[in-house]
Design a binder for this molecule. Structure first.
Ligand code: NAD
Ligand code: MG
Length: 407
């Protein structure tokens, strides 16, 4: 890997060009990644793109970026993808194996930006092949954190955090010894329901949950953010990524989303990562790491922001946060259970099958059920984690079917 150019705007020489695979290219993070690459004056070359179920959007992106390979997870979109790429020289493929093939194409860096647990297998494949992975997909670490971190160490590669809080913390930590870190704090915007009563939150509609005040993101993470489950997933992500236990991970609500993460050291010093709330900032940081590039990402203007406010999270109004932190503290595979049940619950909420309030309740019930029947255990491998994930989903779906039958 060589990316020693002084400025992102100077023309790149062939030797400098960094090759990239984008998994989840048509999503929010994927499109922002594409924008950074398109504006980089040739600092990056896109080897492959992968998407879920939109062949036209994927083909368009593949052409714009000059990718060599485009993989769509949904096999039913193959004919349309192939047709849309005809004459371009870009190879089209579809199905889960094609997404893994995209992940394994030769590249300096793989952007892991698939939404949800669908990202686990392809991202793990890239990591196992020794690729540097820029990780947006937090579900990878919540579902299978220990196997991911072990594999990264075994393959001698790095997971670079794209999630804004983790990226800020990564930058604020520098090369500090873990023993000198007293507390790592992730900030939370508080989402659209920050000032709402419990009663109002319980009855929130998908439209209200999808109306995030600071960030424009995919639907799953936006709903996760509204109930603060996202922050719970992020604390679990931070636990694995930085190797610190739950007692040294804190959360504060900071409505302006300017300070993304803080690191407090044993001597009383605190370093923090600040930036405008624009995912292009951490994406660009990861793509060029350990160098820096010049981007058109939003700039931070503290005087325009005026006031920065900080408050404690309210576990009563946002029970999902408590459920997630309990899962981390209990361990025994509960983060894997939590992640799987949450994905089913969020989809059910978006399909108007359950209320907003039911999301945290369903997830907590799934964790309790897995503890009660002894199926919860620390997954040893990614395959083990995915098998647990599958079983939890099946059970959650059957709970939903029973509810529908009783309604
Ligand atoms: P999104 O829903 O906008 O995009 C998801 C992408 O994944 C799409 O391209 C979709 O087609 C693709 N996809 C779905 N299933 C797939 C499969 N089986 N194979 C290949 N591609 C598949 O989601 P997003 O907001 O971009 O989030 C992506 C990930 O990044 C999530 O894990 C999220 O938690 C994380 N993240 C997002 C943000 C953000 O600002 N959007 C911030 C931090 C972390
Ligand atoms: Mg985040």
């Amino acid at each position: 890997m060589n990316n020693t150019r002084k400025s992102g705007q100077e023309p790149a020489t062939a030797r400098d060009v960094r090759s990239v695979v984008i998994l989840g290219a048509t999503g929010s993070i994927g499109r922002s990644t594409a924008e950074i690459i398109s504006g980089s004056a040739g600092a990056f070359r896109v080897e492959a793109v992968a998407g879920g179920s939109n062949p036209l959007a994927l083909a368009k992106l593949a052409r714009t970026l000059g990718a060599k390979f485009a993989a769509l997870a949904d096999p039913s979109g193959y004919a349309e993808l192939k047709e849309s790429l005809s004459g371009s020289g870009i190879k089209a493929a579809a199905g889960d194996a094609a997404v893994v093939e995209a992940a394994l194409r030769p590249a300096d860096i793989v952007m892991g930006a698939i939404a949800g647990t669908a990202g686990v297998a392809p991202t793990f494949a890239a990591l196992s092949a020794g690729r540097t992975v820029a990780l947006a997909n937090k579900e990878c670490l919540v579902c299978a954190g220990a196997p991911f971190m072990r594999q990264a160490a075994a393959a001698g590669t790095r997971l670079l955090p794209v999630d804004s809080e983790h990226n800020a913390i990564f930058q604020a930590m520098g090369d500090a010894n873990l023993d000198t870190i007293e507390m790592i704090t992730l900030t939370a915007s508080g989402g659209p329901f920050r000032t709402w009563t419990s009663e109002a939150i319980a009855k929130a509609t998908p439209e209200q949950a999808l109306n995030h005040p600071n960030w424009s993101m995919g639907p799953k993470i936006t709903v996760d953010s509204a109930g603060l489950m996202n922050k719970g997933l992020e604390v679990i992500e931070a636990h694995y990524l930085f190797g610190v236990d739950a007692a040294r991970l804190d959360i504060i609500v900071h409505a302006q989303s300017v300070v993304h993460g803080l690191v407090a050291f044993t001597d009383g010093s605190v370093t923090a990562g600040l930036a405008a709330p624009d995912m292009k900032v951490p994406i660009a940081h990861c793509l060029s790491y350990p160098e820096r590039s010049t981007t058109a990402a939003r700039r931070l203007d503290l005087t325009a922001t005026g006031q920065l406010t900080f408050e404690r999270p309210d576990f009563e109004r946002f029970p999902a946060l408590r459920v997630a932190l309990d899962a981390l503290r209990t361990g025994r595979g509960l983060p894997t259970v939590l992640n799987a049940a949450n994905e089913i619950a969020v989809a059910a909420f978006l399909n108007r099958l359950i209320s907003f309030h039911d999301i945290a309740r369903m997830v907590e019930e799934a964790c309790n059920a897995a503890l009660a029947d002894g199926t919860a255990h620390e997954p040893e491998t990614v395959a083990d984690a995915l098998a647990m994930d599958h079983a939890v989903r099946e059970r959650a779906r059957s709970v939903l079917r029973q509810r529908a039958a009783c309604a």
